[in-house]
Write a protein that binds this ligand. Structure first.
Ligand code: M6R
Length: 613
């Protein structure tokens, strides 16, 4: 969704801000803008469309200030237009503000400000913020150095909803004030230079030293120092965190797109995820958790809650948890879970999966679970993200920054991590034969090489993509462990290729969906469980009889029959097979979208992290 970058230092701000905006493009946006401060004048340029339009705009080179803020906007209140894009200024052009989030009481605040003589130039909720700051600033009769800070704090007190804001003022040419609530914002530290960003990748090439802001924190930045305050403006101290991510991990490294780069990174990212918790001939190791055998014995249920691909990762590991622990597992969509009054108590363990750690629905579901007394574990990829600060425990996936909107390497790392967690719990509980756990562990350790093997031959998938990229509907079928993979493959295809697709449990076909099968339609079958293979093959025969073209992804030795294409993947235990079977399907969506000439990294209407409900 929207992205924020800010700079205060001794260099010209504009190139740094544009570079940051380009790194934030993956979040999804429809306009971009920049404000810099030079002496006592705020310059402001905004453009609809890509950051490139801003970069090419007349006058950008003339912005020489060494302090500035910039923003990519994903429209919520008001259409994508220059007027609605950020930064927004107050009526007197004294304060410029960039904002991520939604101000729920903006209509009320707008009326209040209008009654106090303010005009509005945009349809946005954000425009109330600079005007509120101006309102409080002009009412403050103390003329001391804290006036700017107090005005921002008073304005924030009035805001309902979510916000990450950064404010500059022509009256204070050497400082920037920022704050957040329910929307991410970090401060980057370097001697004589400070950065702010909604996402770490935007500033990673400048600094890996980061301060994380908590809800309601306010920070006042100068080029050589940062002061942090709580919501009552009491000074607080913060630890500087060193982010392990490599700056090159946010570059394309010679690949055409981030998505294909991230697909090809999977042997490495899976290895990273494994190595943090599993070594040959050793028990699984989760030093970040403090979960005892007594606690696990007391459990009556495990809930796994997430959205989109992360939720599919939950579905892909339900079987291994249930089989190894004999504890019922429910997997739920966070946006449903939070409103359905789920049965949770202190005997329920809750796992929340979120790559970004900022997904609004997942965070709300987590808050609900905590309020009902359940223990909560976050599985996230982003250090210091909101979910990691709310949950009782956090386990990181260590997949490195995922830039493409379509999640690939984060999914495989989530599944691997949760598989190892299930084995760890089984080891603590003693609920499964250790011989079986050893076999599973040894199969997990072999996965990076097997993914590499799949990625070493992409030609057949590319050819198949060429045959189907013009289709309007594609179906994915699987049984048991292959069904969640069918769901993930279908989501991946629809989000980047805009082809309608559906996933069905193969046994459900006859209960309705088979009515949609007609001559020439494409059906993709996934078969990785020998116990279920004959059944799924029968279902595939039924669609072939009705004229369907079929692509089969399998680790079983099945006859080619009349299938159009069979992609063989390496064998592994069916409980962990989603980590392998999803890879050719990620490639299929990628190549189909490329054949259609689409922007795979930034699909229409989508944002990388969904920070509003
Ligand atoms: O950051 P999260 O893992 O919480 O994001 C959840 C979903 O928004 C995300 O997985 C989405 O479905 C992806 N675009 C799928 O590729």
């Amino acid at each position: 969704m929207c992205g924020i970058i800010g700079y205060i230092g001794n260099k010209k701000a504009t190139p740094i801000l544009i570079d940051g905006l380009l790194k934030l493009e993956y979040r999804g946006y429809d306009s971009a803008g920049i404000s810099t401060l030079e002496d006592t004048y705020i310059s402001n340029i905004k453009k609809t469309g890509r950051v490139k339009n801003l970069y090419d705009s007349e006058g950008l080179d003339n912005l020489n200030g060494t302090i500035g803020i910039a923003h990519t906007r994903w429209a919520t209140h008001g259409k994508p237009s220059c007027e609605n894009s950020h930064p927004h200024l107050d009526n007197s052009n004294t304060f410029a503000v960039v904002h991520n989030g939604i101000i729920e009481n903006y209509a009320e605040l707008r009326t209040f400000l209008t009654n106090n003589g303010y005009n509005f130039l945009s349809e946005t909720d954000t425009e109330v913020i600079p005007n509120l700051i101006h309102y409080y600033f002009s009412k403050d009769t103390k003329n001391d150095d804290g006036k700017f800070l107090r005005a921002v704090k008073s304005a924030c007190n009035d805001l309902k909803g979510s916000y990450a804001i950064s404010v500059i003022s022509k009256l204070y040419p050497n400082r920037m004030v920022v704050s957040r609530k329910d929307s991410p914002l970090v401060v980057g530290y370097r001697d004589n230079e400070k950065y702010i960003a909604s996402d770490i990748p935007a500033i990673l090439s400048y600094t890996k030293n980061i301060y994380l802001l908590n809800d309601y924190d306010i920070a006042e930045l100068y080029n050589d120092s940062v002061n942090f305050y709580d919501k009552n403006l009491n000074k607080i101290s913060k630890d500087l965190k060193n982010i392990e991510w490599d700056a090159s991990s946010v570059e394309k490294d010679g690949f055409d797109d981030y998505m294909i780069k991230e697909i090809f990174e999977q042997p490495k990212t899976i290895r990273e995820t494994i190595s943090s918790h599993l070594q040959e001939n050793e028990l699984c190791n989760f030093p970040e958790l403090n979960i005892s055998k007594d606690y696990l014995t007391s459990l009556n249920k495990i809930f796994i809650v997430a959205c989109g691909t992360a939720m599919h990762a939950g579905l892909a590991v339900k079987n291994i948890f249930e089989k190894l622990l004999s504890i019922p597992v429910e997997v739920d969509i966070a946006s449903e879970f939070r409103y359905r009054n789920p049965l949770i108590d202190n005997k329920t363990l809750m796992l929340f999966i979120s790559q970004s750690g900022e997904t609004a629905d997942t965070l709300a579901a987590l808050a609900l679970a905590k309020s009902k007394g359940a223990k909560t574990i976050a599985i996230s990829n982003v250090v210091g993200s909101s979910i990691t600060r709310e949950a009782d425990y956090t386990i990181y996936t260590h997949a490195g920054p995922e830039i493409a909107v379509a999640s690939t390497k984060a999914y495989t790392s989530q599944v691997v991590l949760l598989d190892i967690l299930a084995i760890h719990f089984a080891e603590v509980l003693g609920s499964s034969a250790s011989k079986d756990l050893e076999v599973l562990k040894s199969n997990l350790l072999k996965l990076p090489e097997k993914v590499k093997e799949i990625l070493s031959n992409t030609d057949t998938i590319k050819d198949f993509a060429k045959k189907i990229y013009n289709e309007h509907d594609i179906f994915f079928l699987g049984r048991g462990i292959d069904y969640p993979v069918a769901m993930e493959a279908s989501l991946k295809l629809k989000e980047i290729s805009y082809i309608h697709s559906d996933a069905y449990a193969a046994g459900e076909l006859k209960h309705g969906p088979i009515a949609l099968i007609e001559n020439g339609i494409t059906v993709v079958g996934i078969l990785t469980d020998s116990a279920l293979t004959p059944k799924t093959i029968s279902n595939l025969q039924e669609v072939m009889t009705r004229g369907a073209k079929t692509l089969i992804i399998t680790n079983q030795s099945i006859k080619k029959n009349n299938f159009n294409l069979v992609i063989n993947i390496p064998e592994t235990d069916s409980l962990i097979s989603p980590i392998l079977s999803v890879v050719p399907l990620q490639l299929l969506s990628y190549y189909v979208a490329k054949e259609k000439g689409l922007d795979v990294d930034k699909p229409r209407n989508l944002a990388k992290s969904v920070t509003v409900e």
